[in-house]
Design a protein around this ligand. Structure first.
Ligand code: PRE
Length: 481
């Protein structure tokens, strides 16, 4: 069931459009603090408290929605994300008080989680080159984050209603609903490449360790960016004694670096450059640039290092980590997306708290903490690289141990299946229905084909199931009275 390439392009555009809206959603509350404060008749600090609801929503929803997305289909979750955002953008404009606004902010966090759980796995399942498309998600988010402040300033200059920026987001979402509705998503959970099959040889503690490292990487990769964007301007002004303009310009350089980083990374991943190699290079470079920022006092060096840091730490390196994670665990892509971004959400939540405390010693300490995070991130990537390099074919004894463990579960489940089948047989006898139900058997086989994780295995699974059902019928016939 290949999707036509024109359909694929439409699907990609539609998924990207959502992230343009998401980029707007990320900063729309912060950009309209004054107007919203007036609307709810509350001070700015209270509006800022509402913004924290988004983080809570994400933390609550990522794991739950991620695992559900594996069961109920990607498209439904993209819909849920869009719908939640629609309610958020519309609701904020008419929220009667701060409590309702807080609830809506939580909903924005849920929207974020649902979109991610539906979208990232889909891009991987569309196949193609190394998940390069996932990197462009970052570019569309940046586009939204770039356009919104300009729009807010335009509305403000003309003293027009601030709500128009919310209406823009609603309009894009509505148009996107129309675009998305007829589009087909790729089949879920197929192991596609030879390389991915190679990774299924990774068993036992190594598999768990890699999963742990990649989850940790979800935390460090997000923490790296959050910390820098929060403290760099203050650090430059107070510690390096740069002018106010220079201090803020560092953040702009970081953004320019980030956007060029996305383009470079997209090109490299499209050329099938290995993800682990990229992670290693990018994390080493961001560590070097942070060291330069932390210890140089020269404007030119700090400025160049900020550009490099944006390029390497905020140019899609997080998405690259997730791509790798998804390829290693292709059966539960939704759940993996949820786990990875839960790490990221924990970073967004904890870094402001930790660095707030560190800044009591000095702002330099807060910024230098980013170097520690960069070292940690690099170490995680090195461990991942080593573990993947030593993936070897396990010996016969190990494989058989694994087969025996799996057989144990299969037997438990088959026992339960036969018990249920017996019950079905008793009901059919009572209602005078025949034992054989061809239509039902077709449904069972369809479900097997749909849920199979690997298309190459599907015909064998279908054979096994035909045998199981034949034995079920025999069992039902034997216990008829
Ligand atoms: O669903 C039933 O009616 C069953 O008896 C179970 C079952 C099965 O094994 O799945 C067995 C025989 C029928 O032909 C259809 C399905």
């Amino acid at each position: 069931m290949e999707i036509q390439s024109s359909q694929q392009t439409k699907l990609k555009i539609s998924l990207y459009l959502n992230y343009f809206v998401h980029g707007i959603g990320l900063i729309i509350l912060a950009q309209n603090m004054q107007a919203l404060g007036n609307l709810w008749q509350t001070p700015l600090a209270t509006v800022s408290y509402v913004i924290s609801g988004v983080g809570i929503g994400r933390l609550l929803a990522y794991l739950i929605l991620g695992s559900l997305a594996d069961r109920y289909g990607r498209k439904n979750f993209v819909y849920v994300g869009m719908l939640c955002y629609l309610v958020f953008f519309g609701g904020i404009l008419i929220a009667p008080n701060i409590q309702v606004a807080y609830g809506l902010a939580i909903l924005a966090g849920v929207a974020n989680s649902a979109l991610d759980a539906g979208t990232y796995p889909t891009f991987i399942e569309l196949g193609g080159s190394n998940g390069a498309s996932n990197i462009l998600i970052k570019a569309f988010m940046s586009l939204g984050e770039f356009i919104l402040p300009l729009l807010v300033a335009l509305l403000d200059n003309h003293q027009w209603w601030f709500g128009w920026s919310f209406i823009l987001a609603i309009a894009v979402l509505l148009v996107n609903f129309v675009i998305l509705r007829p589009l087909k998503f790729p089949p879920q959970n197929k192991i596609i490449t030879k390389k991915q099959q190679h990774f299924t040889r990774l068993i036992g503690w190594r598999r768990w360790l890699i999963a742990g490292c990649l989850t940790g990487y979800g935390y460090t990769s997000m923490a790296l960016m959050i910390l820098y964007t929060q403290w760099i301007s203050l650090f430059a002004a107070k510690i390096l004694h740069f002018s106010n303009w220079q201090a803020h310009f560092l953040l702009s350089l970081y953004s320019i670096g980030s956007i060029s980083g996305v383009i470079i990374l997209f090109a490299l991943l499209s050329r099938e450059v290995s993800e682990t190699k990229l992670l290693l290079i990018l994390n080493s470079l961001s560590l070097i640039s942070l060291v330069l920022i932390g210890w140089s006092t020269q404007l030119v060096i700090v400025a160049a290092a900020s550009l490099l840091f944006g390029m390497t730490a905020a140019g899609g390196v997080m998405q690259t980590g997730l791509n790798l994670f998804l390829k290693l665990f292709p059966q539960r892509k939704g759940l993996i997306t949820g786990v990875f971004f839960t790490g990221g959400s924990l970073a967004s939540f904890s870094i402001p708290l930790i660095t707030g405390w560190l800044s009591k010693f000095s702002i330099a300490t807060a910024l230098h903490f980013d170097i520690l995070i960069a070292v940690l991130g690099l170490l995680l990537v090195i461990v991942i690289k080593i573990l993947l390099a030593v993936v070897q074919t396990p010996d016969l004894k190990q494989v058989r141990k694994r087969i025996s463990k799996l057989d144990h579960w299969i037997i438990v489940l088959l026992n339960r299946r036969f018990q249920a089948v017996k019950l079905a047989g008793e009901i059919k006898t009572a209602q005078q229905h025949p034992i054989l139900d061809t239509k039902r058997e077709e449904q069972v086989l369809e479900q097997v084909a749909r849920q199979s994780a690997d298309q190459q295995i599907t015909p064998y699974l279908l054979n096994v199931y035909q045998q199981i059902m034949q034995n079920s019928r025999d069992y039902e016939a034997q216990h008829k009275d």
